[in-house]
Design a protein around this ligand. Structure first.
Ligand SMILES: *Cc1c(COP(=O)(O)O)cnc(C)c1O
Length: 470
């Protein structure tokens, strides 16, 4: 059969429109949309026919158009259960939010608000007033500014303070933050020249000092958030850098990355640098994310000296990087947890970090019961992630499902991803690993339900091997 004949076998657009299922679609969706999808589908089929494939049946065509149209209805962005063992997983949306945070975000979503309106004076106000005081209270800083995310905060600062001039940074801190983004490349967009000093493992105060020229506008410290160099290393403390800056009248900019208010050593973790410590050490500006260890919505938070914050606020990029009202309201609610001393009870990220091993064990055992024989519980480690605490981990109990072939493990992982909500574990060789540490107690039910569905017989018949699932 030649191509022409095969093309002619395809149903016409009118024929498809007269099909019952397509008619029904047109009652729910705009006719133009359905028509577009019909044309697209026919085009695809013609292409595959010309590559030698045989034409699908009328029924198959109608089916595919129907499922494509219906798929538009369901949001592609959906909740998933994080059983990976990484608490702050950038690919899984970083920090889940506290109930109070969600409530605050809801409250400003469905109505107008006094976002930029001064209720006392009845005139235009600033969206920053709602949060600046709170941030100063929590960190001891003179002033604060909140923008869209941390990277845009640092970019804004370098643009406002060092465009066309030089900023000195240690070579060991010129890092890549994931997704292929390199901090120095982002910062160069400000028009500032980054002068890298020292070597990968060693930078001395004299390296900074010798690099200072009349064109130098700031000293930059970047927290090497997602890796740790061990062995022979030498760095400069923030205090030393501040002292050097003072002698040369240069501000020290401190990109903390994650940013944290609490003492992480309480949980057996290494000390993550705290925002308030950077402020009291004399950093002129301190930068951190809203959605990493802080546990709030995405935001870039800048705290520091009044004079510099004022400069940042006036810069045109402040407008380009501004934060929206919904996340602003959420961030205030998250910060209030810290102010009220209830952060460990209310903020999900901190609750997960603080989760006692006995509770993790209890949940792991429950999952194991549903899984049956090919699964076992082993001691393991969870990590905080999100560009923080690269060298420490939290003890956990891992549920390990060992199967005979790697392909079967990937198959099982895929089935868990196809569950609603998807359950995301991690694959290591012939095992699928689930870590209860980052599963919120509210999500426990979703996991047990998925395991019951995928291992229907194992909890009835403990001898049956789970790797018989196809
Ligand atoms: C994560 C990180 C950033 C980027 O923060 P975003 O809020 O994701 O823009 C910048 N600097 C460091 C050191 C980081 O760890």
């Amino acid at each position: 059969m030649n191509l022409e004949t095969r093309f002619r076998q395809l149903p016409s657009v009118d024929k498809l429109l007269s099909e019952e299922h397509i008619k029904k679609l047109c009652q729910v969706f705009p006719r133009e949309l359905v028509l577009d999808l019909i044309h697209q589908r026919l085009e695809e089929i013609r292409r595959s026919i010309s590559q030698g494939e045989s034409p699908p049946s009328l029924e198959e065509i109608v089916d595919s158009i129907e499922s494509e149209t219906r798929a538009l209805e369901s949001s592609p962005l959906q909740p998933v259960v994080n059983a990976t063992g990484v608490i702050l997983h950038t690919n899984l949306g970083r920090a889940p939010l506290s109930l109070e945070t969600i409530e605050a975000m809801n409250q400003v979503s469905n109505c107008y608000s006094n976002l930029e309106f001064d209720l006392d004076r009845g005139r235009r106000g600033s969206r920053q007033v709602h949060i600046e005081h709170l941030l100063c209270q929590l960190t001891g800083a003179e002033a604060a500014l909140v923008v869209n995310n941390n990277a845009s905060g640092v970019l804004l600062a370098l643009s406002a303070l060092a465009r066309g001039k030089e900023v000195i940074v240690s070579r060991g801190q010129a890092i890549e933050i994931g997704g292929g983004f390199r901090i120095p490349e982002v910062l160069r967009q400000s028009g500032a020249k980054l002068v890298e000093v020292g070597t990968t493992n060693c930078t001395y105060l004299t390296d900074y000092e010798q690099a200072i020229t009349p064109r130098t506008k700031a000293l930059l410290r970047v927290h090497s958030s997602n890796f740790k160099i061990i062995g022979f290393t030498q760095g400069v403390t923030l205090e030393e850098l501040v002292e050097l800056g003072q002698r040369h009248n240069l501000p020290v900019l401190d990109d903390l990355g994650s940013g944290c208010f609490i003492d992480t050593t309480k949980f057996g973790l290494e000390p993550e640098p705290r925002v308030q410590d950077s402020v009291s050490a004399g950093a002129a500006l301190v930068f951190f994310s809203g959605d990493k260890l802080l546990g709030g919505p995405q935001a870039g938070i800048i705290v520091g000296k009044q004079e510099l914050i004022d400069k940042l606020k006036r810069h045109p990029l402040a407008r380009a990087a501004r934060i929206d009202k919904v996340r602003l309201a959420g961030l205030v609610a998250t910060l209030l947890h810290y102010l009220k001393g209830e952060a460990l009870d209310k903020i999900p990220v901190l609750r997960l970090i603080a989760m006692p091993l006995t509770e993790i064990e209890r949940r792991a055992e429950r999952w194991l019961q549903l899984l049956g024989s090919p699964a076992l519980i082993i001691p393991g480690e969870s990590v905080v992630g999100g560009g923080s605490l690269p060298a420490s981990s939290l003890p956990t109990r891992l549920v390990v499902i060992k199967l005979k072939a790697e392909a079967k493990v990937h198959d099982l992982a895929r089935k868990l991803r196809q569950h609603r909500p998807p359950i995301i574990g991690r694959v290591e060789k012939n095992s699928l690993i689930l870590d209860p540490r980052c599963v919120l107690p509210e999500e426990e039910e979703s996991v047990t339900q998925a395991l019951r569905l995928l291992f229907p017989s194992t909890h009835l018949d403990q001898t049956k091997e789970a790797d018989t699932i196809s």
